[in-house]
Write a protein that binds this ligand. Sequence first.
Ligand code: PEP
Length: 264
Amino acid sequence: MNVTPKLVIGNWKMNGLREASLQLATAVAEGARSLPDDVRMVICPPFTQLDRVAEALEGAGASVMLGAQDCHTAVSGAHTGDISAEMLADTGARYVLLGHSERRQAHGENDALIRQKVQAAEAAGLIPVVCIGETMAERQDGRAATVLASQIDGSLTDNFNGVLAYEPVWAIGSGVTPSREELERTLLLLRGLLQSRLKMDDIRVPILYGGSVTPAQAPTILSIGVLGGVLVGSASLEARSFLRIAEAASLRLSSQPLSGPYRS
Ligand code: PEP
């Protein structure tokens, strides 16, 4: 049976000095050797550690790939402090996170800018991982669906062929996750929104979940068959936790029964 591999992406955020980064990436690459090929891991270190992590991942092949946390819209030029998608690709990165809520909030990034970054990433041959998600206030006001729809409409390109990461802002770093039922409902909603945005019935865009994913919660979250994988923050800073989450993503290792609307 041919299964689409689940993606388990680690976002190190602004963490990682030279030695610690090398050790962590090496430990993940070693641990990933015993994972079945129905799971693919991605490590997104800070820019300063991309080269070092790339070296640690040499030989890991598709089991652990390199990603980055942001890129500029331009290819090169007078943009002090910025990094282009082409520069990321040059380090060996295959993925780039775009529109993370911390960038939307702390750097004022809006959907139009994120869409230009998606275009830049696509042009450089990177796979964009576009993050969307509602805040707690939007959720409580019953506006989550509207917010998600407008983020999808505004930040994706017309021929988007990357990855969508649903990261409710209230779940990030909070230790709180949506219930399995709630997540299943949201995933159905997101599939519908993608179908109408991309004008296609057969959507191949994997949808990941992110927000306080730990080894304890991962089996429940990842037992939702339609979920394309997870985006992991803090738990990706420890090789063992990150690898345990990847193990939970493997259908071959996990015997979790599927249930709910995605049972097939
Ligand atoms: C994130 O910020 O992308 C994230 C998922 O963080 P955490 O897992 O720490 O909630």
